[in-house]
Design a protein around this ligand. Sequence first.
Ligand code: HEC
Ligand code: HEC
Length: 256
Amino acid sequence: MSPDCPTTGLRLRSANMNVSRTLTAAALGLIAFGAYSQTAAPQAASAAATVQNSMAQRMQACVMCHGKEGRATNAGYFPRIAGKPQGYLFNQLKNFREGRRRNQAMNHLMQHMSDDYLQDIAKYFAELNLPYPAVQAHGLTAQQVQLAEQLVFKGAPERNVPACVSCHGSSMAGRQPAMPGLLTLPADYLIGQLGAWRTGSRKAIAPDCMAEVAKRLTPEEVGAVSRWLSAQTLPTDTKPQAGSGEPLPIRCGSGE
Ligand code: HEC
Ligand code: HEC
């Protein structure tokens, strides 16, 4: 795969369409089964334990695509969801339900879910504390590494691109309440998301600061920064950083 190919994510997605359909059907079955067994359960002996167990059971549906316990690795296309801030996950589940993000499987899965249930799902995955995949070779040239690190830590002030760390947290592990960590996500997924913002097929709650950032990047920068981010790792106990209350360099409607 060439780093200059920002459409790779999209191409992969359509190639996986049939697998995706089968998995979505299976996933819907599991979620429905889980919801039924929870309602049908006799007055629970230990309410908390039951909720936790049944949530883990119902979320088996997600594991089929998002990896064991939602900790997909940096290979392939599926994004890790474990350990991301609850506010971020909730926003995304709603974005799929309401069409601000487009993916057939995710749009279909979320269509009948209530806000309360989406909050439960977001909380469940946000609280998981699981190992991140190991460092990978990124295959970038020294110049591309420099370009990526410049964007992540310093941005490109002459083009109004703020440093990625100024919003995503100083160690890029995310920031409460709604800023996701980016390290160890698959490069194809990252390229796909930045491309989707550039073409308007992914939107966040307005004002959509990430759309502004993505539109100011060149295709070369998108390739380099995505592959660099994907190849890093984090210690297992890393949590998204606490929100500082300080204003962000661009206003973000999804929660500062
Ligand atoms: C058939 C495969 C499939 C299944 C099953 C599935 N997902 Fe996804 N999910 C995806 C794909 C593919 C994406 C990325 C879509 C895109 O390109 O925007 C995604 C994206 C997401 C995101 C956004 C992640 C981010 O970092 O922005 C969340 C959250 C999510 N899924 C949660 C879930 C949950 C919860 C379940 C189970 C109820 C689930 N998914 C089941 C395929 C799946
Ligand atoms: C002004 C703040 C801000 C800056 C600067 C910023 N981001 Fe973001 N980014 C966000 C917000 C907010 C979201 C979540 C949007 C949503 O809710 O969908 C996000 C989400 C993302 C996502 C999607 C992650 C996922 O799991 O789907 C990617 C990829 C991303 N940013 C890349 C970058 C890169 C690369 C840079 C630096 C060049 C950067 N961002 C700089 C605010 C920012």
